[in-house]
Ligand binder design. Sequence first.
Ligand code: AMP
Ligand code: ZN
Length: 744
Amino acid sequence: TCCYSLIYVSSLISIEVLSYPHAHFLVSLQVLLVFAKEDSQSDAFWWACDRAGFRCNIARTPESAVECFLDKHHEIIIIDGRHSRYFEPEAVCRPSDQEEPSVLPLLCAGFSRRFVENNSVSACYNELIQMEHGEVRCQFKLRACNSIFTALEHCQEAVEITSEDHIIQYVNPAFERMMGYHKGELIGKELTELPKSDKNRADLLDTINNCIKKGKEWQGIYYARKKSGDSIQQHVRITPVIGQGGKIRHFVAIKRPHIDNNNQVECYSLRHRDRRKDSMDDRSVSSRSSDAPSLQNRRYSSVARIHSMTIEAPITKVINIINAAQESSPVTVAEALDRVLEILRTTELYSPQLASKEDDPHTSDLVGGLMSDGLRRLSGNEYVFCKSNQSQLAIPVTLNDVPPNIAEMLNDEECWEFNILELEAATHKRPLTYLGLKICTSFGVCEFLNCSEATLRSWLQLIEASYHSSNSYHNSTHAADVLHATAYFLRKERVKSSLDQLDEVAALIAAAVHDVDHPGRTNSFLCNAGSELAILYNDTAVLESHHAALAFQLTVRDSKSNIFKNIDRSVEFRTLRQAIIDMVLATEMTRHFEHVSKFVNSINKPMAAIEETSTSVSANIRNSPENRLLIKRMLIKCADVANPCRPLELCIEWAGRISEEYFAQTDEEKRQGLPVVMPVFDRNTCSVPKSQISFIDYFITDMFDAWDAFATLPGLMEHLSENYKYWKTLDEMNCKSLRPPPPS
Ligand code: AMP
Ligand code: ZN
């Protein structure tokens, strides 16, 4: 009376179950009853199947069982083992080489359970449900895994599965192809044993680890090293897999080669091009003209060309990358990127937008006056070069012949507080020649240029004579002052270690010539007046172009003062010339914010980020050619407008001189009926303290903060803050002049 049943689970799997491996069976489970005779036991299973919603077949003989199984592939087979006189239950499952029919070879996996005879429907139902939730589901899952691995084996993306401790457990063939390894060389290895690409900085690896250890997915660009040693840029997505005990048990990394910007742009362009084509087609539908198709084709092909251009400006690439990123971004991000794009599409990226004209007339006048050139051009107001008056003072033959009082003054040259105005007086307005000789000697300029001191002296005299002593500000004392600040900055440790001697020589020459032949009028004035220079330089960086060009013209005009005569054919000269021109042009104020922003973003910020870690990395930042260029530009710009950082007395004098020059320009504009570029600089109404406060607020503070962060200039910053307070105090007293009124 013991019921001996063999119950087998077949190997069938349906595609629906694969797609929903966690769901209940979507195809109803099938049961095969192999019972020679119908009785209460087979009936109980029949009704149990009915209750469970399983489909049920009954076979009477082993042969019909096999036939039925081959037809239906039941998941559960129940064989009646009570009556050996009809058939041997084991025989139904016996391998077929025994010539007896068997379902066994047809089962990939089988499980046997014994069911003690019990004809209660509930008992049978329980048995079936236990099997469904146990072995059958397991089999389904296992078989689903098989299919998933088959998918992994055939997919295009490289897949790597590691254990929680980063030991490689699986790689797919795409991974083997991408990395050039055979899986045997990888499985069981720890990730750290594999060669790394040096382009993955340690901090990136830390970021990845921190992210995935917290159970978060990491996605990004990663450089891996192939077996061949080549580096490959990959887009990687690493997903932690939670397993036993709710802990991370595996990491799945999915990798594909990273498509570089060019290709991304190309893909985007193609998609974009299609859109353009659509809209073009719409238009051509309404066009009835007979040549419409050819016109349309021509226009389409030119639009297509534009969109698939291989030569693109970096800004186009940037815009395309943002466009592409928008497609896969949430709405809020996409909208923010829209605003970014709007800004990027303007040309004046680096010019701060002033709120409104009436905000502060001093600021808006200064900005209008200094940061723009060709506003409007009026004809008939040619600018005429002023002939400078040669001073009678004898020019020294060498530095040794310098009068003792001047020589003594020059001894303080390395000090920031050096009094250039005393030198101006002592040299009868020839400070550039004397200071130039002293500084150039100290920096070994003659040795570098392979020229004699006499040539250098003659050159300095020529340059100095080409400044207009009649200008109250832009005269040779300003040039000497800028040269002094330049030398002072070049001696700062950070600057010295960032630049080489060619840079130093270029900076000194640029400082000396940077305002040569300055007419004492701004670019806007020259453009408005339609001056010869404005016409020559197309209203663009008129003065700065003139200073740079004239400096070279003057230098090569006469061999006796040609400091370049012994290097003029060399590569070194080309480099030097380029550096000088770049620095002189950098003094142009229309690009002030561009130069400062680039310096801050490319030098200050990256250096601050690595400050604590390594000095060699910081040197790498400073010594790249691009960044050296930014440092040189910043250096000359700061030297050029360092007057608010000089000791108070000097600062006041410079403020007086620049104001006087602006007043003279306003006077002339009024006289000639030209537009008044900076109306606040009217000698009858101007508040000098207000103009200085605006100048410092707008142009000086940020720039010197950045330069101080780089070069370390506590003395200058101290003066700047003192001077600023001085102007503020005067302004609070409603004082418009340079100094407070004498106590009555
Ligand atoms: P540069 O003409 O090469 O000397 O360029 C410097 C610009 O800054 C010039 O346009 C000067 O007029 C201006 N500038 C320099 N110092 C001051 C100052 N203290 N107040 C107002 N503007 C100044
Ligand atoms: Zn200047």
